[in-house]
Every structure is written in structure tokens, then in C-alpha cells.
Design a protein around this ligand. Structure first.
Ligand code: HEM
Length: 425
């Protein structure tokens, strides 16, 4: 039986566009979970799912919840809606999605990932060298946003002298994702410039592959099928957002909580660096970078005495599911020592041998994040390197506006805009 009361307190859907929601969506999430487990948002023409097990269930049920952005009965020009160009995100639950995923997924796990670990250490050190003598750092711009994109550039073995240009294209492309208008135009231009730049590299490495990520992606095959040049380009630009922007924001969120909300836990991590992985996991539950994923129903769905019609747009609020008291004790506390969260590496089934629930921050099922292992290792390495090289880290400014999002409602990523820290070296 549904736990919702027969007369739930009303929820005005305009709240999803408010500044209040962008700053702190958690009270609204609670209202959704407790009173509107299935919420029909008529204002935005969509349905919202917010409880942990309902979000988990929808992620697992690909037959009923498709990610494709097109309608099967209408024409759709792949890549037309994205700064990325044609890419895996747009192929929904189709065989084409499976083909593309199988070609590339293996590059980001296991030995292939391990091959890049020494380089992640080196890039982290180089980025820290730039500010270590200053006694202070603005973590977002000088550290978090520098490491992942430089790691991706080096994984692809782009010439090091072009690294700063690559970082610039990345920043323009990411701004084009979130803000539209002029930003979108500049993002598309940066993407085209980057594509022109990698085009000859793709052709060369397809013929004479090395051990770098770009070569591996160019020549990876499933049953004799490789990615086309256009698909490689689309995948590389997706990688910048899916792998660069998310990981940089994860690093910033981790430091925000240790500096501002749980300084005692910062000391625990400094004393026990292996706890950085717990910081990563608890951040992915408590204040994850990605809060929402979108799906379209392929059939009528009955849930909590409600019916979501076929071909309806649905938001899966994983940020709300992660704070569900039905899944986690004391869910509104950030605690890297919690004993009811699976703290180790995630998997796409979302089921773990320790019997604990996992966070929902990488999704689950067919579209489970391909970079889950890379994001975890890269965040832990970068953060532990920084902590190792500084003493007495403190927030520079006592009052911080907190983690927020300029555009959470469109699936925007949540992170602090700025994070100043002082330290001794
Ligand atoms: C902390 C960092 C990261 C977060 C929070 C994150 C989050 C997510 C989420 C929530 C999804 C599921 C999308 C869905 O269900 O529709 C996803 C998918 C994906 N992620 Fe990540 N991600 C991160 C890092 C990375 C990295 C490092 C890579 C680079 C390899 C990556 C590549 C992808 C790709 C390609 C997909 C699409 C998978 C598919 O549709 O099969 N992500 N990510």
C-alpha cells in the first residue's frame, strides 16, 4: 500500500525553477518522497520519482524506461541537440547503444585503467606544484577543474604543448552545455575546433595505433565493428563532460564537506589516507554531482496507486533517493564512517555482497556510468596527493554559500562555485 497520505500537502511545481530549490533541493525531495512518491508535474509536463527503491527500480527496468531522446515515430537527427555531437547518450536502450558501449567500456576499468594510474599521480603533482608555495588555493579553479581534463588529454597522448588549448576548448564546451545562447554558440565553435584538431590524429592512430586512449578507442572492435570517425569525435567530446566536468565537481564537493561541514572527518582522512575512497562514496550519496536522470516510458507504469502513461517524460531524482530514510539511517548527515552504505567500488547491478545499499550517483543498469572506476580512483589520488603536500588546511572564508547548481532542473551538475583554502606547506 502507498505510504502517501490521502490528502498530501500541495506542492507548487514552480518551486523546481526557484533559486531556493537550486540552493537546497533536499527539503523538496523529502516532501516528494513522503507525500508524492509519484509526482505529476503538469507545469513542466513530466513525472517525478524520488524514493530510493523506486529510482533503483526504474534504472533497472530498461524495457519500461528508455533514455532515447527521440520519439520512435518521428524523425530525429542524431547529435542535433548536443554540444557533443552524435554520442552514446542518445541511442537510448537500442542495440546501437550496446555496440558503442561494448567497444569503449573496457578502456576505463581493470588493467587498461591501471596503465594510466602513474600518469594520474604525475598530473596531480604538477597541478599542485603551481600553487603549493602560495599558502592558499581556490580549489575549484586551480585544482579540481585542472586535474581531470589534463588527465584525459594525457590519456589520449595529445602533445603536451597543446594541453592548455585543450583545457580552453573544454571550458567553452562545458559552458555551452549549461547556459545556452551565446555560450552554446561558443561551445559549438570550440567543439568544431577540437574536432578539426583531432581529425588527423584519429586517422593517424587508426593506422598506427599506440597504447594511448585515443588509439585504443579508434581500433577497439566488437565482432569486427569499429567506431566511425564521427562516432569517435562524438565520444571524445562526451568524455570531456561525462568524465571531466563530473569528476572535477566530485573533487570540489569532497573538499567542501571536509572543510565546511565535517572538519573532524578531514582530520581522520589526513591521518588515514585510505579513507579518501569513503569520502568519495559518501559524497556520491549525500551531495552527488548529478541529481537527476531522464527517461521516457515505453508503456503505462503503475506505481503507488498512480499510473504514469506511455511516452511520458520521467525524472529519476537520484539525489532524492540517496537521502531516503527507507534506505539509509540518518540520511541527512555526511558521515564517511557510516556502516549502512556500500563503501567499495560500485557495479552496474547496484547489488553488493556486503548486503548494504549503494549510492545511486552513477545510475544503475544498462546506462550505469562507464567511468565509475576511473572517477573514484582519480578523485582519491588527486585529493590524497593534495592532503599529503599541505599542513593545517582551513577554509579561508568562514561563511560559504554551499553547494548549488546554476541549472539543476535540466540535470545540471551540483558543486560549489568557489572554494578557498589556506594551508602551510
Ligand atoms: C564523479 C564522476 C562521475 C559521475 C557523478 C557520473 C555520473 C554518471 C551517471 C549518473 C550516469 C548514468 C546516466 C543514465 O543513467 O542515463 C553516467 C553515465 C556515463 N558516464 Fe559517468 N559519471 C562520472 C564520471 C565519469 C567518467 C570519468 C567517465 C569517463 C569514462 C564517464 C563516462 C560516462 C558515460 C560514457 C556514460 C554513459 C553510459 C551509457 O549510457 O551506457 N563518467 N555517469
Amino acid at each position: 500500500m502507498s505510504e502517501a497520505t490521502s490528502m498530501p500537502p500541495p506542492l507548487d511545481p514552480r518551486v523546481f525553477d526557484s533559486e531556493e530549490f537550486q540552493k537546497d533541493p533536499f527539503p523538496i525531495y523529502k516532501q516528494l518522497r513522503n507525500h508524492h512518491p509519484i509526482y505529476h508535474d503538469r507545469f513542466h509536463n513530466r513525472w517525478i520519482i524520488s524514493r530510493y527503491w523506486d529510482v533503483d527500480g526504474a534504472f533497472q527496468d530498461n524495457d519500461s524506461f528508455d533514455r532515447a531522446m527521440y520519439k520512435p515515430d518521428g524523425p530525429y537527427d542524431f547529435g542535433s541537440r548536443h554540444v557533443f555531437g552524435p554520442n552514446i547518450l542518445e541511442y537510448g536502450n537500442s542495440d546501437e547503444h550496446r555496440r558503442l558501449r561494448n567497444i569503449v567500456a573496457g578502456q576505463f576499468v581493470g588493467q587498461k585503467l591501471q596503465d594510466f594510474i602513474p600518469m594520474i599521480h604525475q598530473i596531480s603533482e604538477e597541478v599542485i606544484d603551481r600553487f603549493i608555495d602560495n599558502g592558499e588555493v581556490e580549489i575549484v579553479s586551480e585544482f579540481a577543474s585542472q586535474v581531470p581534463i589534463r588527465v584525459i588529454s594525457n590519456m589520449m597522448a595529445l602533445p603536451r604543448e597543446d594541453e592548455d588549448t585543450f583545457v580552453e576548448w573544454y571550458q567553452l564546451l562545458i559552458a555551452g552545455l549549461g547556459f545556452g545562447g551565446e555560450h552554446l554558440m561558443r561551445g559549438l565553435q570550440a567543439r568544431n575546433d577540437m574536432w578539426d584538431y583531432i581529425d588527423p590524429l584519429i586517422k593517424e592512430r587508426s593506422k598506427n595505433p599506440g597504447e594511448d586512449l585515443l588509439s585504443r578507442i579508434c581500433v577497439a572492435e566488437i565482432e569486427g565493428s569499429r567506431m566511425t570517425i564521427e562516432e569517435v569525435k562524438g565520444f571524445i567530446s562526451l568524455l570531456l563532460a561525462a568524465g571531466g566536468d563530473t569528476t572535477e565537481k566530485a573533487i570540489a564537493n569532497m573538499w567542501y564537506h571536509l572543510l565546511y561541514t565535517q572538519p573532524d572527518q578531514l582530520q581522520d582522512v589526513i591521518d588515514n589516507p585510505e579513507l579518501w575512497e569513503n569520502v568519495f562514496t559518501e559524497m556520491m550519496r549525500y551531495d552527488p554531482v548529478v541529481h537527476a536522470q531522464f527517461r521516457y516510458t515505453t508503456r503505462e507504469i503503475e506505481l503507488h496507486n498512480d499510473v504514469i502513461p506511455e511516452r511520458a517524460g520521467v525524472i529519476l531524482y537520484l539525489g532524492a533517493g540517496n537521502r531516503d530514510e527507507r534506505a539509509f539511517k540518518d540520511p541527512d548527515t555526511f558521515n564517511i564512517h557510516r556502516d549502512d552504505l556500500h563503501m567499495g567500488r560500485e557495479n552496474r547491478s547496484g547489488r553488493y555482497k556486503d548486503g548494504k545499499n549503494g549510492h545511486l550517483g552513477f545510475g544503475i543498469g544498462q546506462h550505469f556510468c562507464m567511468g565509475y572506476a576511473m572517477a573514484r580512483q582519480e578523485s582519491a589520488i588527486a585529493c590524497s596527493k593534495l592532503a599529503e603536500r599541505i599542513k593545517n588546511p582551513k577554509p579561508k572564508i568562514a561563511d560559504h554559500p554551499g553547494i548549488s547548481s546554476p541549472n539543476i532542473d535540466s540535470g545540471g551538475f551540483r558543486s560549489p562555485q568557489e572554494l578557498r583554502m589556506t594551508f602551510e606547506s
